[in-house]
Ligand binder design. Structure first.
Ligand code: 13P
Length: 230
């Protein structure tokens, strides 16, 4: 299983370091799972352990006049080779268009990054049923090379993110099955994953791991989530 923690705009550099140290200690004997941590950009660090550090976002350029952004040069300084692309918060709050996202994807693919590509539907699409959901999600693959070797997909229904209400097991099962038919890469579920639902979610066929927000912020909680899944 893949366990990925997305800190979003939480934690500092100091608290990320302390978190990482504790996480590594607690999962030291776990050789079966893969772990990722996406701290805020101020907390990215050169790091070599069984926890891969990735960046939540970056600009698709080596460097240049892109105020407020970081590019390839800044990531290289820390040996960062993993990136989240297409998170719904960037699509919605930061107004990243499908074209922006496809451009970003292509740039980081060309630089051999491991890409966790996020897709997910809003509630009004979910309410129209499975076929509409799948069509919508398939649309989010436009301009994306789904055969890219270093690709992981994260399915995160927007209405389930940060709401405390995850998708149902049936919704996850149906959607993941259809997504696997479109793209045979590792497929994560994200959206209100917690210690109470992790066991069920990770037991669903075609779920290869989870991308966790709120429930990852406390290291003990994240570790108990990992241990509960096993
Ligand atoms: P929550 O786990 O807080 O719902 O966030 C999910 C998410 O957006 C991870 O990228």
């Amino acid at each position: 299983m893949i366990f990925a923690a997305n800190f979003k705009t939480n934690h500092t550099r100091a608290s990320t370091l302390a978190y990482l140290e504790q996480l590594e200690q607690k999962i030291a004997n776990n050789k079966n799972d893969k772990f990722y941590l996406f701290p805020p950009s101020t907390a990215i660090l050169s790091h070599n352990s069984n926890v891969t550090i990735g960046v939540q976002n970056a600009y698709p350029a080596r460097n240049g006049a892109f105020t407020g952004e970081i590019g390839l040069e800044q990531l290289e300084e820390f040996g960062i080779k993993t990136i989240l692309i297409g998170h719904s918060e960037r699509r919605q709050l930061l107004k990243e268009s499908d074209e922006d996202i496809a451009k970003k994807f292509t740039f980081f693919k060309e630089h051999d990054f491991e890409i966790i590509y996020c897709i997910g539907e809003p509630l009004e699409i979910r309410e129209q049923g499975d076929n509409v959901v799948i069509d919508y999600l398939a649309g989010q693959f436009t301009g994306i090379d789904t055969n890219y070797k270093n690709l992981i997909i994260a399915y995160e229904p927007i209405w389930a993110i940060g709401t405390g209400k995850s998708a149902t097991d049936l919704e996850i099962a149906t959607t993941h099955k259809a997504l696997k038919a479109l793209c045979s890469k590792p497929l994560l579920y994200g959206g209100s994953v917690n210690t109470a639902n992790i066991k069920d979610i990770t037991s669903i066929p075609n779920v290869d791991g989870v991308l966790v927000g709120s429930a990852s912020l406390d290291v003990n909680n994240f570790v108990s989530l990992i241990n509960t899944a096993r």
